[in-house]
Ligand binder design. Sequence first.
Ligand SMILES: Cc1cc2nc3c(=O)[nH]c(=O)nc-3n(C[C@H](O)[C@H](O)[C@H](O)COP(=O)(O)O)c2cc1C
Length: 113
Amino acid sequence: MSLGTVQTQAFNSEVVKAVNVEKSKLFSSLTNKSVTYKNRVIIPPMCMYSSTDGFFNEFHLAHYASFAFKGVTTIIIEATAVEPRDRISPHDVGLWSDEHIAPLKRIVDLIRS
Ligand SMILES: Cc1cc2nc3c(=O)[nH]c(=O)nc-3n(C[C@H](O)[C@H](O)[C@H](O)COP(=O)(O)O)c2cc1C
Protein backbone atom coordinates (compact mmCIF):
# COMPACT_ATOMS: atom_id res chain seq x y z
CA MET A 1 0.00 0.00 0.00
CA SER A 2 1.49 3.35 -0.97
CA LEU A 3 1.83 6.31 1.38
CA GLY A 4 -0.73 8.16 -0.73
CA THR A 5 -3.29 5.39 -0.29
CA VAL A 6 -2.77 5.24 3.45
CA GLN A 7 -3.09 9.00 3.80
CA THR A 8 -6.36 9.17 1.89
CA GLN A 9 -8.21 6.56 3.94
CA ALA A 10 -9.31 9.31 6.33
CA PHE A 11 -10.82 11.41 3.52
CA ASN A 12 -14.19 10.89 1.88
CA SER A 13 -14.53 9.80 -1.73
CA GLU A 14 -15.18 13.34 -3.00
CA VAL A 15 -11.80 14.48 -1.70
CA VAL A 16 -10.09 11.42 -3.14
CA LYS A 17 -11.68 12.15 -6.53
CA ALA A 18 -10.59 15.80 -6.36
CA VAL A 19 -6.95 14.97 -5.60
CA ASN A 20 -5.07 12.63 -7.88
CA VAL A 21 -3.13 11.18 -5.00
CA GLU A 22 -0.71 9.10 -7.00
CA LYS A 23 0.32 12.03 -9.24
CA SER A 24 0.06 14.77 -6.61
CA LYS A 25 3.16 16.09 -4.84
CA LEU A 26 1.06 16.61 -1.71
CA PHE A 27 2.38 13.48 -0.03
CA SER A 28 5.97 13.76 -1.19
CA SER A 29 8.70 15.12 1.06
CA LEU A 30 9.95 18.69 0.88
CA THR A 31 13.31 20.00 2.08
CA ASN A 32 13.76 23.64 3.07
CA LYS A 33 17.33 24.35 4.20
CA SER A 34 18.00 21.95 7.08
CA VAL A 35 14.39 20.85 7.57
CA THR A 36 12.78 18.00 5.66
CA TYR A 37 8.98 17.72 5.81
CA LYS A 38 7.60 14.24 5.21
CA ASN A 39 4.65 15.65 3.26
CA ARG A 40 3.29 19.06 2.22
CA VAL A 41 0.11 19.12 4.27
CA ILE A 42 0.10 22.26 6.44
CA ILE A 43 -2.68 23.38 8.77
CA PRO A 44 -3.15 27.17 8.58
CA PRO A 45 -3.93 29.24 11.68
CA MET A 46 -7.64 29.15 12.54
CA CYS A 47 -9.06 30.94 15.60
CA MET A 48 -11.18 28.46 17.54
CA TYR A 49 -12.74 31.01 19.93
CA SER A 50 -12.69 28.28 22.61
CA SER A 51 -10.43 29.69 25.31
CA THR A 52 -11.20 31.08 28.75
CA ASP A 53 -8.82 33.82 29.91
CA GLY A 54 -6.43 32.99 27.05
CA PHE A 55 -5.60 29.47 28.19
CA PHE A 56 -5.19 26.54 25.81
CA ASN A 57 -7.44 23.77 27.15
CA GLU A 58 -8.67 20.22 26.50
CA PHE A 59 -10.45 21.32 23.35
CA HIS A 60 -7.25 22.73 21.90
CA LEU A 61 -5.33 19.60 22.88
CA ALA A 62 -7.77 17.38 20.98
CA HIS A 63 -8.07 19.83 18.08
CA TYR A 64 -4.35 20.18 17.37
CA ALA A 65 -3.37 16.61 18.26
CA SER A 66 -5.97 15.24 15.85
CA PHE A 67 -4.16 16.90 12.96
CA ALA A 68 -0.86 15.43 14.11
CA PHE A 69 -2.35 11.94 14.42
CA LYS A 70 -3.56 12.22 10.82
CA GLY A 71 0.01 12.88 9.71
CA VAL A 72 0.13 16.53 8.75
CA THR A 73 3.66 17.86 8.69
CA THR A 74 3.14 21.39 10.01
CA ILE A 75 0.54 22.97 12.27
CA ILE A 76 0.38 26.75 12.60
CA ILE A 77 -1.52 27.56 15.79
CA GLU A 78 -4.25 30.16 15.93
CA ALA A 79 -3.71 33.86 16.64
CA THR A 80 -2.16 33.96 20.12
CA ALA A 81 -2.29 37.30 21.91
CA VAL A 82 0.72 38.62 23.80
CA GLU A 83 -1.51 41.08 25.65
CA PRO A 84 -5.18 40.61 26.63
CA ARG A 85 -6.13 43.69 24.60
CA ASP A 86 -4.62 42.10 21.45
CA ARG A 87 -7.39 39.49 21.26
CA ILE A 88 -10.02 39.81 18.56
CA SER A 89 -12.54 38.04 20.80
CA PRO A 90 -12.70 37.28 24.56
CA HIS A 91 -12.24 33.58 23.71
CA ASP A 92 -8.94 33.86 21.84
CA VAL A 93 -5.86 32.14 23.25
CA GLY A 94 -2.92 34.12 24.60
CA LEU A 95 0.57 34.01 26.03
CA TRP A 96 0.62 37.14 28.16
CA SER A 97 1.62 35.44 31.41
CA ASP A 98 3.92 32.60 32.45
CA GLU A 99 0.83 30.60 33.46
CA HIS A 100 -0.15 30.39 29.80
CA ILE A 101 3.02 28.51 28.83
CA ALA A 102 2.36 25.05 30.34
CA PRO A 103 -1.01 24.38 28.65
CA LEU A 104 0.50 25.20 25.25
CA LYS A 105 3.64 23.18 26.00
CA ARG A 106 1.45 20.18 26.80
CA ILE A 107 -0.02 20.34 23.28
CA VAL A 108 3.39 20.77 21.66
CA ASP A 109 4.85 17.88 23.67
CA LEU A 110 2.00 15.57 22.68
CA ILE A 111 2.37 16.45 19.00
CA ARG A 112 6.14 15.95 19.12
CA SER A 113 5.73 12.57 20.79
C1 LIG B 1 -12.41 30.53 10.86
C2 LIG B 1 -11.06 31.05 10.44
C3 LIG B 1 -10.17 31.47 11.43
C4 LIG B 1 -8.91 31.94 11.07
N1 LIG B 1 -8.04 32.29 12.05
C5 LIG B 1 -6.82 32.72 11.72
C6 LIG B 1 -5.87 33.04 12.74
O1 LIG B 1 -6.13 32.85 13.92
N2 LIG B 1 -4.68 33.54 12.35
C7 LIG B 1 -4.36 33.69 11.04
O2 LIG B 1 -3.24 34.13 10.74
N3 LIG B 1 -5.23 33.34 10.05
C8 LIG B 1 -6.44 32.89 10.37
N4 LIG B 1 -7.33 32.54 9.38
C9 LIG B 1 -6.89 32.60 7.99
C10 LIG B 1 -6.50 31.21 7.53
O3 LIG B 1 -5.38 30.73 8.25
C11 LIG B 1 -6.11 31.17 6.05
O4 LIG B 1 -5.01 32.01 5.82
C12 LIG B 1 -7.23 31.62 5.22
O5 LIG B 1 -8.35 30.82 5.52
C13 LIG B 1 -6.89 31.51 3.71
O6 LIG B 1 -6.56 30.19 3.42
P1 LIG B 1 -6.17 29.78 1.94
O7 LIG B 1 -5.00 30.61 1.58
O8 LIG B 1 -5.83 28.31 2.01
O9 LIG B 1 -7.36 30.04 1.09
C14 LIG B 1 -8.56 32.04 9.72
C15 LIG B 1 -9.46 31.63 8.74
C16 LIG B 1 -10.68 31.12 9.09
C17 LIG B 1 -11.64 30.65 8.00
